[in-house]
Design a protein around this ligand. Structure first.
Ligand code: AMP
Length: 416
């Protein structure tokens, strides 16, 4: 099977490593890829959000399967353009990707499907925003309606900051605060059948102890020893299958990766958000533990044959990933700085580039790379992931020092 992988971040590097481990994958082409992906795939230049260009590349490279990593190409309809060429594609249609592309659309689907989530209002002016904020009270949650790379959400006790964020965004979703630890659950689906991957936890805030601004994600670990028993089955029954049924009912079945972001509250799991693709950096830890061949799994979802796919197999032990970010991230990340010590297995590239003159590795984005490691238990995986990150030199870089620490110390509690 020839696979074309679209994207060039840490998630795509993790997907590339998973795909080349599958003996059924005979060739991997990545577009545009990154210097880390270059060591396992042939790189091709493409604008990932250009449906015509990606579809043409899929034809030219004789791809049997196209895997679309990021959300922007999905929302732009890249999967539709590839499918129109008769090529199997892992990733939802543009219409179905609205589950991530619009928070208001996602809320509407959740309401229609009876999915447990925060009560919310869609607001477009200062007056209705203020009313919604006052109804729910602090902490205030204000979400940009559109795509914002995980950074469009403000959670604050400061009412004027909440109002200011709403004014900046224009159209927002204001919702009640959900209290409880968060879980990311990835579900592979062909629109009807659904196979859950291992739940993971990511770390959205920049600073230790969940302080500072929201980011794309600063680290992750899996599996989770602290979740209530039956969580995955409950979420499949109460969230995933009703959502998939509602999307089929609307004539826009969702096939690909449904990312369910959950808060485990005193009254049970509640959906914080849906995404239409693998999450970054949770993908790095979940795929590090997946034993089932990845290419075959994604192909089954892309071709509507997931119901016949064998149960997933997982490695024993745990995985941890720690993100190294540029100085200034997330507000004003510095790029173009030299990185050394990154040429080691377990280093997953996110925002890196090669200098044309001498091939030196440079930072090229806010989240630069991550150290991903497995181990017999969470503590061993964590030590190994930090050893990887500590070996990388990038002047002024930032990383959290508490990834997976609370889970190891048994400090994660569910309210109530
Ligand atoms: P989202 O982009 O919707 O995942 O939001 C980013 C982050 O903001 C989430 O991972 C949560 O940490 C936080 N968040 C979003 N919605 C809520 C909510 N209703 N209650 C509490 N925290 C939230």
């Amino acid at each position: 099977m020839r696979v074309l992988l679209v994207g060039g971040g840490g998630r795509e590097h993790a997907l590339a490593l998973g795909l080349v481990r599958d003996s059924a994958v005979s060739a991997l082409i990545a577009a545009p890829g990154n210097p880390g992906i270059a060591s396992v795939a042939e790189l091709r230049a493409v604008t990932p959000t250009d449906p015509t260009a990606v579809a043409a590349l899929a034809v030219e490279t004789s791809a049997d399967l196209v895997v679309i990593g990021p959300e922007a190409p999905l929302v732009a309809g890249v999967a539709d353009a590839v499918r129109a060429k008769g090529i199997a594609v892992f990733g939802p249609s543009g219409a179905a990707a609205q589950l991530e592309g619009s928070k208001a659309f996602a809320k509407d689907v959740m309401t229609a499907a009876g999915v447990p989530t925060a009560r919310a209002y869609v607001c477009t002016d200062q007056e209705s925003t203020a009313r919604a904020l006052d109804e729910f009270g602090a902490p205030y949650v204000v979400k940009d309606d559109g795509l914002a790379a995980g950074k469009g959400v403000v959670v604050t006790d400061d009412r004027s900051a909440a109002l200011a964020h709403a004014a900046e965004c224009g159209r927002v979703v204001v919702e009640e605060f959900l209290d409880g630890p968060e879980v990311s659950l990835f579900v592979v689906t062909d629109g009807e059948a659904a196979l859950p991957l291992l739940p993971a936890q990511d770390f959205k805030r920049l600073g230790d102890g969940d302080t500072g601004p929201n980011t794309g994600g600063m680290g992750a670990y899996a599996p989770l020893a602290w979740t209530p028993s039956g969580l995955v089955d409950d979420v499949l029954r109460d969230v995933v299958h009703p959502t998939l049924a509602e999307m089929r009912r609307r004539g826009t079945p969702f096939a690909g990766l449904l990312y369910v972001g959950l808060a485990i509250t005193a009254t049970g799991p509640r959906v914080i958000e849906f995404n239409a693709r693998f999450g970054d950096p949770e993908t790095q830890v979940v795929l590090a533990l997946l034993e089932t061949p990845l290419g075959g799994l994604l192909h089954a979802a892309a071709t509507g044959t997931l119901a016949e796919h064998p149960p997933l197999r997982w490695r024993d032990g745990s995985a941890v990933t720690v993100v190294l970010a540029s100085p200034g991230y997330p507000v004003a990340p510095s790029t173009g700085d030299v990185i050394t010590g990154a040429d080691r297995p377990g280093i997953i590239h996110a925002g890196t580039a090669r200098r044309a003159s001498d091939g030196a590795l440079l930072s090229a984005g806010g989240r630069v790379l991550c150290g991903t490691a497995t181990g017999p238990d969470l503590a061993a995986a964590r030590d190994a992931a930090y050893a990887l990150v500590d070996g990388v030199k990038l002047a002024g870089s930032q990383h959290r020092t508490d990834i997976a620490a609370a889970a190891i110390d048994g400090r994660i509690t569910i309210p109530g």
